[in-house]
Design a protein around this ligand. Structure first.
Ligand SMILES: Nc1ncnc2c1ncn2[C@@H]1O[C@H](COP(=O)(O)OP(=O)(O)OP(=O)(O)O)[C@@H](O)[C@H]1O
Length: 301
């Protein structure tokens, strides 16, 4: 079952068509990595899902209900972490979450328990430390606690890791991954390794349409272009080796890259046999699989 469905959604700003017909759905329980170059329209799409932006044509459904522009009822099942969450620096996390809970009408009796549990989930202290003294990573984690306060079915995060250092990013991704199964997550990013780390599904937005929407495993199979990379001790040896291989390889200085088909074992054996005939021995040989970056480049070229 899908928690989110977009049906031929189009959106222009002035005479510039940004979203040219988005048609996709996100199955319940998945972590969906929404990727695209700067300005591709990721934030605009998320804002339309939240009813914060008008839709020119088409429609969006969340949990089987149509999204309406301005204070959409569908937001009752959505948690949202904007790209730059704003806080009252003088508050501590419990005070801030209490304020958010009151504004969203969470029953007063339930609120303290939920807050204690959530602060534990996002690994923030329940002490009196003020938000003003928090690191960016802590602020993003507090943002997730706020987004989870209404126990949403769908969690939307807009570029949640782009301002974090590697440790903050790692901790944040681990937090998102720990929510797998509890809520469906859509997060936008242009950090492809983040998507590879935690997403089940990937959508690539390019030129106003979703060019790809599939599981990472399927994408890797569909776009598989397995390569063998050989390194030699000199440019000259690499050149000679390429002659021995009938110029099959792409040479970059001391490195040769060969796209192979079928079995790795057979291809590697045949390459080595050809090289050894000429006494050419590579200093290293490795098999490379398709990365999301390769797929992204191919799709958006
Ligand atoms: N309110 C607006 N008025 C006019 N143009 C807008 C408005 N909002 C967004 N745009 C334009 O729409 C395009 C898509 O912007 P959007 O922020 O959705 O892209 P994005 O994929 O989220 O980019 P980034 O990764 O840089 O955040 C951009 O060209 C942007 O300048």
């Amino acid at each position: 079952m899908s928690i989110l469905e977009l049906h031929n959604v189009k959106k222009s700003f002035g005479d510039k068509e940004i979203i040219k017909g988005l048609d996709f759905s996100i199955p319940e329980g998945s972590i969906f990595g929404f990727v695209g170059e700067n300005g591709a329209g990721k934030t605009t799409t998320m804002r339309m899902i939240l009813g914060l932006e008008t839709i020119d044509s088409g429609y969006i459904e969340v949990n089987d209900k149509k999204v309406r522009y301005g204070n959409s009822l569908t937001n009752q099942v959505i948690g949202y972490l904007p790209d730059v969450p704003e806080y009252y620096d003088y508050m501590n996390p419990s005070e801030y979450l209490t304020l958010c809970g009151r504004l969203t009408n969470i029953p007063k009796k339930e609120l303290p328990n939920r807050i204690t549990k959530l602060l534990k989930t996002v690994d923030l202290p329940v002490n009196k430390k003020r938000i003003g003294g928090f690191s960016r990573g802590m602020k993003q984690r507090l943002g997730i606690a706020q987004a989870l306060l209404n126990q949403p079915k769908l969690l939307i995060c807009d570029e949640p890791t782009s301002s974090l250092d590697p440790i903050g990013r790692s901790e944040f991704l681990a937090l998102l991954a720990s929510l797998r199964g509890e809520t469906t997550i859509i997060f936008s990013t242009h950090i492809l390794s983040d998507v590879e780390r935690i997403s089940d599904r990937v959508g690539i937005l390019d030129d106003g349409i979703l060019k790809v929407n599939d599981t990472l495993d399927n994408l890797k199979n569909d776009y598989a272009k397995p390569q063998i990379v050989l390194n030699f001790d000199s440019k000259n040896s690499a050149q000679k080796a390429n002659v021995a291989l009938n110029q099959q390889a792409l040479q970059n200085n001391t490195q040769l890259t060969i796209v192979y088909h079928g079995s790795y074992q057979k291809s590697a054996k045949s390459i080595l046999e050809k090289l050894l005939k000429f006494d050419l021995v590579p200093i290293s040989m490795s098999r490379q699989t398709t990365s999301l970056e390769d797929i992204f480049t191919e799709v958006t070229q």
